[in-house]
Design a protein around this ligand. Structure first.
Ligand SMILES: [Zn+2]
Length: 283
């Protein structure tokens, strides 16, 4: 997904919940039983002061490692297979869009801290690693900065996709599960049936062909879906599908699993978002 501002749950509310102890009390009561599906995107090597923050990934590796430690200290960590088991409780780490930095920066930390990760891949990003996803290209086009001034190594770290070879290597890693995030990151509610076939069915075949593993999970680009899209996702053989922070609640629970987008690493922010108050944990 693209830039996503959480006006509803802004820093002020998070701080109040944290410093009054409410987010902690809530986590230990309502927030204790259930599952939290955490949603991440790109994680950069480091942030740069000379580049506007809105065209950089929200988190860098140091912030991400802090989040891992914070979550691991307070929650059990679950695997994608545990999702459909009502008895397993804890946090699941998911990553959207198939950024090269997921391979270069995220995977080493997951291995180090023994965290399973579910990576949703947008295939266009894999077939041509430097063909940046449209929401990124749009942000860059609108940015108050000449993109030519960003060093190539930074562009790769911030915007490129994973290569096919790297994706294959990831799929073979015991800490990694691959899922589909469509072919082109299109808004699926505006696609015709031919386009939906490409985005939902062909994207699955492509990833299965590379990974030699079944694709069981799908994440709707930018969280957009409707009943027709859900039907096609189910018929394609996916076992579950994910939205973003707010889902429509069409009553198709396995195919509209909400996630909690994590865009900051401060303790009060994490405490509020994983308190059970921002989103009730899933059963
Ligand atoms: Zn996305």
């Amino acid at each position: 997904m693209g830039p996503f501002k959480l006006n509803f749950f802004n820093s002020l509310i998070s701080m109040i919940l944290y410093y009054t102890g409410l987010s902690i009390i809530s986590r230990k009561t309502v927030g204790r039983n259930g599952k939290y599906i955490l949603m991440f995107h790109g994680i950069s090597k480091s942030k740069r002061k000379d580049i506007p923050s809105y065209i950089q990934p929200h988190l860098d590796v140091d912030e991400f490692e802090h989040i891992i430690k914070w979550v691991k200290h307070r929650f059990s960590i679950i695997k994608p297979e545990d999702l459909l088991n009502p008895k397993s409780n804890g946090a699941l780490f998911t990553f959207d869009d198939g950024f090269y930095n997921n391979y270069a920066n995220v995977l080493p930390l997951l291995e180090k801290h023994e965290i399973p990760g579910l990576f949703f891949i947008t295939n266009q990003h894999i077939k041509d690693s430097s063909h940046w996803l449209s929401f990124i290209q749009n942000k860059l086009n609108n940015a108050n900065m000449d993109i030519e001034n960003i060093p190539n190594i930074t562009k790769k770290d911030y915007y490129n996709g994973i290569s096919e070879t790297q994706l294959k290597e990831m799929a073979d890693n015991p800490w990694v599960t691959i899922g589909s995030h469509s072919e082109t990151h299109a808004d699926l509610t505006t696609c015709n049936d031919l386009e939906l076939e490409l985005e939902i069915i062909d994207s699955k075949k492509y990833l299965e062909n590379i990974s030699k593993k079944p694709m069981e999970f799908f994440a709707y680009p930018s969280g957009h879906y409707n009943e027709h899209v859900v039907k096609l996702v189910e018929n394609a053989g996916y076992k579950a599908a994910f939205g973003i922070d707010r889902v429509q609640k069409l009553g198709l629970s396995k195919y509209e699993i909400p996630r909690i987008g994590i865009y900051e690493s401060k303790n009060y922010y994490l405490s509020a978002k994983l308190s059970g108050l921002y989103q009730r944990p899933l059963k």
